[in-house]
Design a protein around this ligand. Structure first.
Ligand code: SF4
Ligand code: SF4
Length: 208
């Protein structure tokens, strides 16, 4: 299968998009005087699936910059992650397994981490294509801060994810050469993105 390589100009667009996400996140976090410092939790064990080929390819853009030995080690961690998730799912539980890119509490592919990793934490909103607005309350610690503020009448700032997601869809569309309909829908964990290798151009009857 032919690999789908993210062209440099789209990798740059992803970088800009991610920077904007971080800026929006920081503005809200600052307004709420919220940070992850001292948190007893680590969100990197939250179970998330990801949906764009562009993010998958950008993750690989970063992975490839690591020494082969490190990549092999990460692949091993990703295989363990997948096996642990299966065990939890077989018991009917939602998996809670540390991300294979988290080493000793820190993200080792920080500059290439995915959208969800950059937006979890503070309150956010997203308008779906059908017009419905989806609110995200932020993490449990942020919700406590919001609750205390609201008792004093303070309004809650939030990140507006819609424009950022629309930009991501544009990058995805260009990356897939305006043939998104030909690609299988994605629903992959970071571990699966690692173990599956970089994204590839689908062939007829190809399944992931
Ligand atoms: S986002 Fe919230 S729960 Fe996650 S590490 Fe930060 S403070 Fe803790
Ligand atoms: S990619 Fe990095 S920030 Fe995201 S869950 Fe994994 S370790 Fe955490």
């Amino acid at each position: 299968m032919k690999e789908l390589v993210l062209p440099e100009h789209l990798a740059e667009k992803m970088e800009q998009l991610y920077q904007q996400m971080e800026k929006d996140y920081s503005n809200v976090a600052r307004a709420l005087e919220f940070s992850c410092e001292g948190c007893p939790d680590n969100c990197c064990d939250s179970y998330f699936q990801h949906h764009t080929y562009a993010e998958w390819a950008y993750l690989w853009h970063g992975l490839r910059q690591m020494p082969q030995e490190k990549q092999d080690q990460i692949r091993g961690w990703a295989e363990t992650y997948i096996a642990e998730c299966r065990k939890a799912e077989d018991k009917g539980e939602r998996p809670q397994v540390m991300c294979p890119l988290n080493e000793e509490g820190l993200c080792i592919l920080y500059a290439h981490r995915l959208l969800v990793c950059r937006t979890h934490g503070v309150p956010a909103r997203m308008r779906r294509p059908d017009g419905k607005v989806m609110p995200f309350p932020g993490c449990f610690r942020c919700q406590d801060i919001v609750e205390e503020r609201e008792k004093t009448g303070l309004k809650t700032p939030h990140v507006e994810r819609t424009p950022l997601l629309m930009e991501l869809v544009k990058v995805e569309d260009e990356f897939l050469e305006h043939k998104r309909h030909m690609y299988p829908r994605l629903k992959l964990t970071i571990a699966e993105m690692i173990v599956n290798g970089p994204p590839s151009i689908p062939t007829p009857h190809c399944e992931r």
